[in-house]
Design a protein around this ligand. Structure first.
Ligand code: AMP
Ligand code: ZN
Length: 472
């Protein structure tokens, strides 16, 4: 079946645009990755579920993808204004680890969580610390073209030299100046200027530092993405993603660096996901108001319920996280799995009418996801198909398998629930209680019921079909 054309919201145009790759049939994509100084949290899970959905939608239309994601393991300062400490070195000191061990530990945590959410790994994962020479080369290029200047603490980018600096964030320079937090760097020529290379402090030794033509130090945060995306995807590629916080600073600066260095537009489509919020604030490592995968699992929640929850909202709308909404998502996913099992067991071949109807559902579903990843509508279409009394179970199963290529809920792996068995001791007690009831000894029967509940966590229910039990 020919899919409907893909439309994506391009932040650069503030509009949905028909997706047209640079090379027909191929997509080059770069995803801004995590700064690995703390556990990955729900905000990241949402950001990369969005990325994964985007990849799946493109793959469903037959595109071959090359995807790259960075790991920020150096250079991300605690303030966007290029003052403050390096987040990695600060956390390493607090946790009494080396910055290298800290990065390795939290990178593993990040990918473990990604695996649990069924988020595919990028084709290329690149660490900032392994690309210092490429960053130095890029800074040299910018220096040659006259975009840089030196201060006592580093090499800076002169944002006023880049004509369109304010265009991407759609702010004027005055707004950008006001937006840039007041920071104590009188040496900067213009408030939005940012560091390309920072010098190591004279009075203390950094754990992570490198030689450069300008002096020993470490790279600014933004230069890593410009250097690495162009290294792996070339100086023109299709899609770049990140959270909306990256629009006014990180990506604005990345465009200033990359486009100035090569002399043309590097990225064709910029896509940004909205935040996960908790009680009105962005969930973030620095605010320490975040939930990690361990928090999810400690509550016995299946991580894929979280994926389902993210799919219920459009990636460009804010999502306020509550445990209640996660429980609702878990219930919906569990029903979906049960129905999938039932449909799988249906051995009746789909009839011509079923095939036609299923094709109509599939068309609608693809229309929704190809319309800038409208997953809430896609889920509604999926449920309409699941509930359609005039569609054969076997046809529904085939349809769900196709939908799941995009949704990534692992419906293919759904297995019949394992029949739980009782230990001998508990089994005997259940039987004993039934006998008491048959003999009319209700007080004794109730004693056994209470014991089963308090000692073994077994809840007894008497139904017309006999006694049933379940684990609490
Ligand atoms: P960081 O580790 O903070 O560098 O973030 C990695 C990616 O996750 C970036 O694209 C962020 O924009 C995104 N991100 C961080 N916090 C959230 C959040 N609360 N909601 C959605 N995305 C987020
Ligand atoms: Zn980036």
């Amino acid at each position: 079946m020919k899919n409907s054309p893909i439309k994506l919201f391009n932040t650069a145009a503030r509009a949905k645009q028909a997706f047209k790759p640079l090379k027909p049939g191929h997509v080059g994509m770069y995803n801004c990755g995590p700064t690995v100084y703390d556990y990955a949290h729900l905000g990241h899970f949402r950001a990369y579920t969005f990325v994964d959905t985007l990849k799946r939608v493109l793959a469903a239309s037959g595109y071959k993808l090359k995807t790259v994601m960075n790991i920020t393991d150096v250079g991300h300062l605690t303030s966007d204004a290029d003052t403050g400490e390096d987040k990695m070195e600060k956390a390493a000191a607090e946790k009494r680890m080396t910055a290298w061990d800290l990065a390795a530990f939290y990178t593993t945590d990040f990918f473990d969580a990604m695996d649990k959410l069924n988020i595919a790994r990028p084709d290329i994962v690149c660490k900032a610390t392994e690309h210092i020479p490429q960053m130095i080369e890029l800074i040299k290029k910018l220096e040659k073209k006259g975009y840089t200047y030196r201060t006592s603490d580093g090499i800076y980018y002169d944002t006023y030299k880049f004509k369109d600096y304010a265009k991407f964030a759609q702010l004027n320079l005055k707004q950008l100046q006001e937006g840039a937090r007041v920071e104590p760097n009188p040496e900067k020529r213009n408030p939005p200027d940012f560091a390309l290379w920072k010098f190591s402090p004279k009075d203390s030794k950094r754990q992570m530092e490198w030689e450069s033509p300008w002096g020993t130090g470490f790279p600014g945060w933004h230069i890593e993405c410009s250097a690495m995306d162009m290294q792996y995807l070339g100086d023109r590629f299709d899609i770049h993603t990140g959270g909306i916080d990256h629009i006014p600073i990180h990506h604005t600066n990345e465009i200033a660096q990359s486009d100035a260095a090569v002399g043309h537009k590097v990225v064709q489509y910029w896509m940004h996901n909205e935040f996960v919020m908790v009680e009105g604030s962005k969930m973030s490592k620095s605010r320490k108001n975040f939930y990690t995968m361990a928090d999810i699992e400690a509550r016995g929640v299946d991580p894929l319920a979280l994926r389902y929850l993210f799919l219920t909202a459009h990636y460009r709308s804010k999502m306020n996280f509550t445990w209640g909404s996660l429980s609702d998502a878990e219930r919906a996913l569990s029903t979906l799995r049960e129905r999938t099992m039932e449909f799988k067991a249906d051995k009746k071949k789909p009839q011509r009418g079923d095939v036609k109807k299923a094709a109509a559902y599939e068309k609608e579903f693809m229309l929704a996801v190809n319309n800038d990843l409208n997953t809430p509508i896609a889920l509604a279409i999926m449920w309409a198909a699941v509930r359609d009394a005039d569609l054969a179970g076997s046809a529904k199963y085939e349809l769900l398998m196709k939908f799941d290529d995009v949704l990534g809920l692992r419906l293919k792996d759904v297995k019949p629930a394992r029949k739980e068995t009782l230990s001998d001791e508990v089994g005997k007690l259940v039987k004993m209680r039934e006998q008491f009831r048959k003999d009319g000894k209700y007080a004794e029967a109730d004693e056994v019921r209470k014991r089963l509940d308090s000692e073994f966590g077994i809840v007894i229910e008497d139904t017309v079909k006999g006694t049933k039990w379940k684990k609490k």
